[in-house]
Design a protein around this ligand. Structure first.
Ligand code: ADP
Length: 569
């Protein structure tokens, strides 16, 4: 990837040395329209002089016609037409008819077809685009006048005209010119229309381009567009600032592969093929990948998303990579987690002491009313302790597990036994389908918590009289991989909608129904559970239907996570 370049657009045509006729000044356009006739006239006069020099001596018409056209050509180039009403430049083609008449009268015996010189003013009038009907009529009348001129002028007796076999010519030529003029006029009008449409769509696209550029440049989000060969096509202001943060200290500029890019932890460098822009160039479409850019105090966390672009033939044509600075958000999350961890820790010590003393007090011989008070205090203190423990777990690093050989069946059975009293209290049927033994490599404390959390949720969120079923089985590995342990906890409880299911593993999320029913909870249990399962290299899936029930499925590799945090002997 090369360094930044702003949006590029093709240079306008004139910048490349060529101009459209319409882009010239009106004076030049009038001159250029007259020039073909002037050049043809020069050629005609030369031809006449070469073929029959006597013509110039015998009659002044050749000189008059030639001089007239040359004078009109000078006039065309000299008059500032743009300061006059547009239609005034018609004077030139109209006077051209007047000059052509003596020219053709003088030279018509030497050069055949001289009358066709009228085509020049006819076309000019027609493609001027002004008053089409008037232009055509004037062209017709001009041609007719020129065609008939020799026959009505004194130089050619009418008897001669009648003797000429070409008497049809003065009749035909004006009509021929009229048709050609009409064709030219129609063509000009349709071209004008097309040009206007083209100009309008060009204006629209230019204004859209300006709008897009303003949006892109105003955006706080870094935007980078790279073509299929890895060259930057566009890099906005925000992205240029981010690029600067990622540059190695002391460097003036850096290519993408030289930038200091790290994983979200801010210290692990991201390998070349795994860098976001490189992956985006492999046609990858991804959202919200967190990376760290730069080092030390200036390091920033970015959320990166990329979408490939395709051309009309559906071939990869480059990619758009968007970088959002999430440093403040990451700092806020970290601060919140630290705060929660510290506060929960501070709560735990006095709470444990309260419970201990309540326990001691309850062992005494007490007045029944006092015992009831103490029992209530004990229950609430225990609830508070479990809440604080959840908060601590959520703030703790759930990604580290300490694995050992564990009998998952025994671990699950133990959780079931602890849950039996609660299930009976709600008149729930608690069923299980467990093997006698299930050896696996796992963290017994964390897996115990996973089963406890899911089981306690199933009981808590199932109305009285329902049922909860727990099963554990082995799933054979695929593609030569190791076996999996699958734990399924199914209930006939409240269930949830698909939208609720999507947010289930978010910290502090609780479904509306549960919040309204004031069922106690923190909304942290499932987030923690998911963290523990993932730390084992596993996954947790949920199927649920509102009003019918939910099924939570946990799968972990039997042989433990691929990268073990630590293994206790
Ligand atoms: P808590 O149970 O403390 O509220 P969790 O993270 O364990 O927190 O659960 C989050 C939310 O998910 C619960 O508040 C509840 O709305 C919903 N939920 C969890 N398990 C179930 C279940 N088995 N059936 C229905 N809803 C459930």
């Amino acid at each position: 990837m090369s360094s930044a370049t702003p949006t590029t657009t093709l240079p306008p045509r004139e910048a490349r040395g060529r101009r459209y006729f319409g882009q010239f000044s009106l004076r030049r356009r009038v001159l250029f329209s007259q020039l073909p006739l002037a050049i043809s006239t020069v050629l005609v006069v030369i031809a006449v002089l070469v073929i029959d020099p006597g013509v110039a001596m015998e009659s002044p018409f050749l000189a008059i016609g030639f001089g007239g056209i040359m004078f009109l050509t000078l006039l065309a180039g000299a008059v500032p037409w743009h300061r006059l009403p547009a239609v005034l430049y018609w004077v030139i083609p109209l006077l051209d008819f007047v000059a052509i008449a003596p020219l053709w009268t003088a030279a018509r015996y030497v050069l055949d077809g001289m009358v066709l010189l009228t085509a020049f003013p006819v076309f000019w009038l027609a493609w001027s685009g002004l008053y089409p009907m008037l232009a055509l009529s004037l062209g017709f009348l001009g041609t007719a006048a020129v065609s008939w001129w020799p026959y009505v002028s004194e130089t050619t007796p009418f008897s001669d005209a009648l003797m000429e076999s070409s008497v049809t010519r003065p009749v035909m030529v004006p009509f021929m010119m009229l048709s050609l003029g009409a064709a030219a006029s129609i063509l000009t009008r349709s071209m004008d229309k097309q040009r206007m449409e083209l100009r309008a769509s060009l204006e629209t696209s230019k204004s859209q381009n300006r709008m897009l550029q303003t949006v892109v440049e105003t955006s706080d989000v870094g935007i980078l567009v790279v073509d299929r060969d890895g060259h930057d096509i566009l890099m906005n202001q925000a992205q240029r600032r981010m690029h600067f943060i990622g540059m190695p200290p002391g460097a003036e500029d850096a290519a993408e592969h030289e930038l200091l890019v790290f994983e979200a932890d801010g210290t692990t460098p991201i390998s070349a093929p795994d860098r976001p822009v490189v992956r985006a160039l492999q046609e990858e479409d991804f959202r919200g990948r967190i990376i760290a850019l730069g080092t030390d105090g200036s390091q920033q966390h970015l959320s990166v998303s990329a979408s490939p672009m395709y051309d009309e033939d559906n071939r990869f044509d480059g990619t758009v990579v968007v970088f959002q600075n999430v440093t403040d958000l990451m700092d806020a999350i970290q601060a919140r987690e630290q705060f929660v961890a510290e506060v929960s820790h501070e709560f735990r010590t006095p709470l444990t002491s309260i419970i201990g003393y309540l326990d001691l007090a309850l062992e005494e011989d007490l007045d029944p009313a006092l015992r009831q008070f103490l029992n209530t205090s004990m229950r609430n203190a225990e609830r508070l302790l479990s809440l604080v423990t959840s908060l601590l777990d959520s703030a703790a690093n759930t990604s580290k597990v300490s694995v050992q050989d564990v009998d998952l069946a025994r671990l699950t059975r133990y959780s079931l036994e602890s849950a039996t009293v609660r299930a009976q209290h709600s008149d729930l049927t608690l069923e299980s389908d467990l093997p006698d033994r299930f050896e696996a490599v796992a963290d017994p404390v964390k897996m115990g918590q996973v089963v406890d959390n899911l089981l306690s949720n199933a009981i808590k969120y199932t109305p009285d009289g329902g049922s909860v079923t727990v099963s554990l089985r082995r799933l054979p590995g695929v593609d030569g991989g190791g076996d999996w342990a699958e734990l399924v906890i199914k209930d006939t409880g409240f269930g949830m909608t698909d939208a609720e299911r999507g947010k289930l593993f978010t910290n502090f999320y609780r479904t509306e129904h549960v919040r309204k029913a004031a069922i106690p909870g923190t909304g942290l249990g499932l987030a923690i559970t998911q963290g523990f399962v993932r730390a084992h290299g596993g996954e947790i899936l949920v199927a649920s239907e509102k009003g019918v029930g939910s099924t939570f499925t946990v799968r972990i590799p039997v042989d433990g996570p691929a990268t073990e945090g630590s293994r206790e002997q």
